[in-house]
Design a protein around this ligand. Structure first.
Ligand code: C2O
Length: 580
C-alpha cells in the first residue's frame, strides 16, 4: 500500500462564462478540482493550503474514516475550519472500499466550485473488477456554474430564500452548447470513444440543487456500482443521480460511428416549479478509431455532424428516479458485509419545512418577513455552531460530561419519533399539493443522537407533504447504510417491514428519500466519533436539515477514537466564522 500525496491550494481565480467574469474559489486553479486516484488499502495525505479569503474544510465524501473522525472535514463539528493563510494535512486510509467517491468543501456553498473525484481502484488491478475490464475510465462530474458569490448564496439560503438562479449546469466544468451569450457558444465536454470499446463512466453529482437524469443518445448504460459499492449489473438507458451520489456505469461504443449528445437534465417537482431554475446541459460523445486519431488532429471529419439528441424523460417525471433507485441491489462480494437481521434502535425521522422567528424579532407582529423558512428533521432546524471554542468532536473527546458547554452550543436530543404527524392525501403524490402547505413554527438547536458502539440502527426517513419541492438525498458521514425499502406515501410499519430487503440491499452513503415518500435504512454504528447526517441538497442543509450522530467508543482501544493529529486546527472564537 502506498501513500498518495497531494497539495491542494485553495484560492480565488477569475473565470469567464456567459460573458461574465466571476471570482471563484477553486483548488489548484481548476474547476472541477484535481482527481485523487488511489488503490484500495492506500493512505492519502492531502496538504490543504488556504490562500482564499474563506474559512475552508474539505470533506472526503463517502470515505468511512474508520477511527479517524478528525479528518472528516465538517466545520465546527469535526474540526475548526482552516482559516485564510493557514493549512492542514488531511490523512486518511481508503481500506475496504473501492469505486467512485469524491471530495468537496464543506463550508457554506463553496462546494459548488471546490470539489473533485476520488477514485479507488481494486488492490489487484482493474482485472479484479466484477465486470469486464473497461478500455478507459472516465470521471463525469455534473455540477453547477454560479455567477454570484457563494457565501452570499449561502446567506440567502440560511435566510430562507432561494437564489435567483444557478445560471448553468456543467459536465466536467463545461457549460455546453445550449449556453451562449452575444452569439458565443460555451465549450462542451467531449468524450472520444473508439468503436466497439467499453468505457466505465464514474458519475458524480456535485450539484447544489438538483437530481439529474443522464442519457447518451443511442447508448445504454450498465450500472455496476453506486457510492463505491458494487451493484448487480443493471441495464438502463437513463441514469438518475442525486446530489452526493455516485454511479459507475459501463457504456459500450456499439452504435454506428457518429456523434451523440450526453444530456444532464435537472429533475423538478410537478409544477409549479418556480423555486428551481430550468437546468440542462449537454456534452458530446464522438467516435474515433484509434488509427486515424493523429491525422484527425487538425480537423475532425465528424466535427460538423450534428450530434444525435437523446429523448429525455420529462423534467417533472419523479417516477423514473424512484424506480431507478429502487431497482438497484448489491452484488455479493467476498467482502460484502451481511445485513444484520435485527436492529437495536429504531428511529422515525420526518423531513419537513417549518417557520422560525427572525433573531430578536417577535413573530406576534404581522408582516410577511417576520419569520423565515427552515428545513427540519423531526421538527428541529439545525443551528450551525458559531463562536465556539472547540469543535463538537473535540468537546466530545475531551469533555464528555460537559460537551455542550465546551462547544458553546445547545444540544438537543433528536427524538425517535416525530413531534407532529403529517397526513397525506393521494393527490399529493401525483401533482403539486392541493393547498398551500402551512408551515408550523419550529425551533433551532443542534439535534444529537448518541449510539453505543456496535448498535444496529434502523431509520425511516419520511418526507412530508410540506416538502413538496423534491426528494431528499440523505447523507451519513462515517458509515454506509443498507437501503431496506422505499415507498411513496406514508410509511406503515405493519405493511412495510415485510418488504425489507435483507438479502441484497444496496449499500450507500447517500440515500434518496423519494419526493412525498419514505426510505428505510439500517446501519451499524461502529465508527466512534461525531458524524454529520444531512440532506445533500445545499439549500435544505443551509436551512437546517442536519443532525449529528455520536457513536461512543468501543470497549477496547482498537475500537476507540485516538487523539487528534498534531496539526489539528485550533478554534479561535475571536476570528473564526466571519464568513457567517
Ligand atoms: Cu458530501 Cu456532509 O457531505
Amino acid at each position: 500500500a502506498a501513500v498518495v500525496e497531494h497539495t491542494f491550494v485553495v484560492s480565488q481565480v477569475w473565470m469567464t462564462h456567459l460573458c461574465k467574469e466571476t471570482l471563484v474559489t477553486v483548488v489548484n486553479g481548476q474547476f472541477p478540482g484535481p482527481a485523487i486516484e488511489v488503490t484500495e488499502g492506500d493512505s492519502v495525505a492531502v496538504h490543504v493550503v488556504n490562500k482564499s479569503p474563506h474559512n475552508i474544510t474539505i470533506h472526503w465524501h463517502g470515505v468511512k474514516q474508520r477511527l479517524n473522525c478528525w479528518a472528516d472535514g465538517v466545520p465546527m463539528v469535526t474540526q475548526c475550519p482552516i482559516r485564510p493563510g493557514q493549512s492542514f494535512n488531511y490523512r486518511f486510509d481508503v481500506t475496504g472500499q473501492e469505486g467512485t467517491l469524491w471530495w468537496h468543501a464543506h463550508v457554506s456553498c463553496l462546494r459548488a466550485s471546490v470539489h473533485g473525484a476520488l477514485i479507488i481502484r481494486p488492490r489487484h488491478g482493474a482485472r479484479s473488477y466484477p465486470f469486464p475490464k473497461p478500455h478507459k475510465e472516465v470521471p463525469i462530474i455534473i455540477g453547477d456554474w454560479w455567477d454570484m458569490d457563494l457565501d452570499q448564496l449561502d446567506r440567502n439560503m440560511m435566510d430562507g430564500y432561494f437564489a435567483d438562479s444557478q445560471t448553468a449546469t456543467t459536465i466536467n466544468g463545461k457549460l455546453g452548447d445550449l449556453y451562449n451569450c452575444s452569439g458565443a457558444v460555451e465549450d462542451s465536454y467531449v468524450l472520444d470513444m473508439e468503436p466497439g470499446r467499453t468505457y466505465l463512466l464514474r458519475l458524480i453529482n456535485a450539484g447544489l440543487y438538483s437530481e439529474y437524469y443522464l442519457k447518451i443518445a443511442g447508448h445504454k448504460f450498465t450500472v455496476v456500482a453506486s457510492d463505491a459499492n458494487y451493484v448487480n449489473p443493471y441495464t438502463t438507458d437513463t441514469i438518475a443521480i442525486a446530489p452526493g451520489e455516485t454511479v459507475d456505469a459501463l457504456v459500450v461504443a456499439g452504435a454506428s460511428p457518429g456523434r451523440y449528445y450526453m444530456v444532464a437534465l435537472a429533475i423538478q417537482p410537478p409544477a409549479p416549479d418556480h423555486q428551481l431554475p430550468f437546468a440542462i446541459t449537454r456534452g458530446i460523445v464522438q467516435y474515433r478509431s484509434n488509427s486515424s486519431a493523429e491525422e484527425e488532429e487538425e480537423e475532425s471529419p465528424s466535427g460538423d455532424v450534428i450530434p444525435v439528441v437523446p429523448d429525455m424523460p420529462d423534467q417533472h417525471d419523479n417516477f423514473t428516479t424512484f424506480y431507478f433507485h429502487g431497482n438497484l441491489t448489491s452484488l455479493h462480494q467476498p467482502r460484502s458485509l451481511p445485513v444484520p437481521a435485527f436492529a437495536d434502535e429504531h428511529m422515525f425521522i420526518t423531513l419537513s419545512l417549518g417557520s422560525i422567528c427572525r433573531r430578536g424579532e417577535s413573530c406576534e407582529r404581522s408582516g410577511s418577513n417576520e419569520s423565515i423558512i427552515v428545513a427540519t428533521m423531526n421538527d428541529i432546524a439545525f443551528q450551525p455552531p458559531t463562536a465556539v471554542t472547540a469543535s463538537l468532536l473535540e468537546a466530545h473527546y475531551y469533555h464528555r460530561n460537559d460537551m455542550a458547554a465546551a462547544a458553546g452550543v445547545e444540544l438537543r436530543t433528536l427524538p425517535d419519533t416525530p413531534l407532529k404527524v403529517f397526513n397525506y392525501t393521494d393527490s399529493d403524490f401525483i401533482s403539486w399539493g392541493p393547498k398551500e402547505a402551512r408551515l408550523e413554527p419550529t425551533e433551532r438547536g443542534v439535534p444529537v443522537r448518541r449510539f453505543r458502539h456496535g448498535a444496529v440502527v434502523d431509520v425511516v426517513f419520511q418526507s412530508t407533504s410540506v416538502m413538496q419541492s423534491g426528494s431528499n438525498p440523505m447523507h451519513l458521514h462515517g458509515h454506509d447504510m443498507f437501503v431496506l425499502a422505499q415507498g411513496i406515501g406514508d410509511y406503515d410499519a405493519a405493511r412495510d417491514v415485510a418488504r425489507y430487503n435483507l438479502v441484497d440491499p444496496q449499500v450507500k452513503n447517500t440515500v434518496l428519500v423519494p419526493r412525498l415518500g419514505w426510505v428505510a435504512i439500517r446501519f451499524v454504528a461502529d465508527n466512534p466519533g461525531v458524524w454529520y447526517m444531512h440532506c445533500h441538497f445545499e439549500y435544505h442543509m443551509s436551512m437546517g436539515m442536519v443532525a449529528v450522530f455520536i457513536v461512543e467508543d468501543g470497549s477496547s482501544p482498537d475500537i476507540s477514537l485516538p487523539p487528534p493529529p498534531a496539526d489539528y486546527p485550533k478554534c479561535d472564537p475571536a476570528e473564526q466564522l466571519d464568513d457567517q
